[in-house]
Design a protein around this ligand. Structure first.
Ligand SMILES: Nc1ncnc2c1ncn2[C@@H]1O[C@H](COP(=O)(O)OP(=O)(O)OP(=O)(O)O)[C@@H](O)[C@H]1O
Ligand SMILES: [Mg+2]
Length: 227
């Protein structure tokens, strides 16, 4: 079923940081949310998740850094159980094994705390946690910017593969138009708290209409980048 939000608006300290925004997200959509720093991407991501949760939809979020999702004092097993409980699910070892093998973290030691895992493995664990409830939408906010480029590309490849053929929609928030261009079929460009452009990836890269999109698309041959 289509996910819809209407007139999302966020004001902070007397300033509108997200102007009224309405969106429809189709099952299985692959959307990139791009724009310069401070344009309102994370604000929209949070507002979208909050609104859809209020509507009772199953949605999940992956923050930029695993530190935001993992408590350094708790074991990985504890995090996993808490995520299951938060979704009202019983522990299901088979589901965990399936997600761990999809994200290639099956050899991670669950008795360890986050710092016993590499950052790349931690982030893949966080992505696996976000997928526990088979969400209708997963919003990833700069999910690989703290990882080295090879680990980042591998992580996105594993996620792409897992999502392919599934109805989970994905919104990938990133500064990195190269990353987005390879991974999504639709791009939304934000500028000063507004979505100023929303188009198919190839159209937007070839024919950006707004100054914000032109600035992002300028100077590089995005579709030829390796990751
Ligand atoms: N809690 C807050 N109080 C006041 N202003 C805020 C708050 N959160 C965000 N802002 C402002 O809202 C604007 C949008 O911020 P947001 O974090 O959504 O941008 P962004 O596009 O995600 O940027 P980045 O690419 O750097 O992550 C910025 O100008 C930011 O300073
Ligand atoms: Mg942000």
């Amino acid at each position: 079923m289509t996910l819809s939000v209407s007139d999302l608006r966020v004001e902070r300290a007397g300033r509108i940081i997200l102007h009224p925004t309405s969106l429809d997200i189709e099952p299985g959509a692959r959307i990139g949310l791009v724009g310069s720093s401070g344009s309102g991407k994370s604000t929209l991501g949070h507002a979208l998740i909050d609104d859809l949760q209020r509507q009772g939809r199953v949605v999940a979020q992956v923050p930029q850094s695993p530190d935001e999702a993992l408590d350094p004092l708790r074991t990985m097993a504890f995090h996993w159980r808490e995520a299951e409980k938060a979704l009202g699910l019983n522990h299901d070892k088979q589901r965990r094994q399936q997600l761990f093998s999809a994200l290639r973290i099956e050899h991670g030691d669950l008795r360890k705390r986050p710092w016993g895992w590499s950052r790349g493995m931690q982030q893949r664990f966080v992505i696996a946690m976000a997928l526990i409830g088979s969400p209708e939408l997963i919003v990833l906010d700069e999910p690989t910017s703290a990882l080295d480029p090879v680990v980042a590309a591998d992580t996105m490849d594993l996620l792409d593969k897992f999502l392919s053929g599934r109805r989970t929609a994905m919104i990938l928030i990133t500064h990195d138009l190269g990353l987005a261009a390879r991974r999504v079929s639709q791009l939304m460009v934000m500028d000063a708290g507004n979505i100023v452009e929303n188009a198919l990836t190839t159209d937007l890269l070839e024919r950006p209409k707004t100054q914000a999109a032109r600035a992002l698309a300028a100077h590089r041959s995005w579709l030829e980048l390796p990751c």
